[in-house]
Design a protein around this ligand. Structure first.
Ligand SMILES: CC(C)(COP(=O)(O)OP(=O)(O)OC[C@H]1O[C@@H](n2cnc3c(N)ncnc32)[C@H](O)[C@@H]1OP(=O)(O)O)[C@@H](O)C(=O)NCCC(=O)NCCS
Length: 146
């Protein structure tokens, strides 16, 4: 299967919302996606397979030389093919272009697959955020210097 990573376009919003519902447990207001896109358009990246959205990443600048991955999801049929890695790598490249030197993110402490995924990409756990999510679960703060 051929998956290409492209820039987000507002026409893809509905598919992104559906992928978020299927793959992320936190619920988001639909408007948040366009807000994130407007705040940093070049770092909102979408994996496309045969004109369908297979996964996406988006984030924001969260401090001096610091960026945050706000959402990352790859739909089930497209996992373990390298798309998640590709999205994170290109996000990091976009961050480097604006002189960011570290990327932070939060991940549910029970989301072992994602924690392992990020560790494999050089991220380390730097903190615990109790009751961070709406359902009361804790988050790990993870970080990587780029
Ligand atoms: C975490 C997530 C984004 C990973 O996406 P992915 O596309 O499966 O990621 P990759 O394919 O790049 O890597 C996943 C694993 O598959 C392996 N892999 C990649 N291509 C492969 C292939 N062709 N054959 C076998 N394994 C492969 C990778 O090496 C990696 O394993 P590793 O971590 O031991 O190195 C995805 O599982 C997901 O969307 N999870 C739900 C949402 C979520 O938790 N998001 C993060 C919230 S913070």
């Amino acid at each position: 299967m051929f998956v290409q990573i492209k820039a987000f376009k507002p026409e893809l919003l509905q598919e992104i919302i559906e992928i978020t519902k299927r793959n992320l447990s936190e619920r988001y207001n639909d408007f948040i996606f366009l807000d994130i896109f407007r705040s940093w358009p070049s770092a909102f990246l979408v994996g496309m397979a045969d004109d369908r959205v297979a996964g996406f990443i988006c984030g924001g600048i969260s401090g001096e030389k610091e960026a945050r991955i706000l959402m990352l999801a790859v739909d089930f049929p497209y996992r373990k093919m390298g798309l998640g890695t590709g999205l994170v790598t290109l996000f990091e490249q976009e961050a480097a272009k604006v002189k960011v030197n570290r990327i932070k993110l939060e991940v549910k402490t029970d989301n072992l697959e994602a924690i392992d995924f990020y560790k494999g990409r050089g991220y380390i756990i730097t903190g615990l955020l109790p009751s961070y999510y709406n359902d009361g679960t804790d988050a790990y703060l993870m970080q990587r210097f780029i």
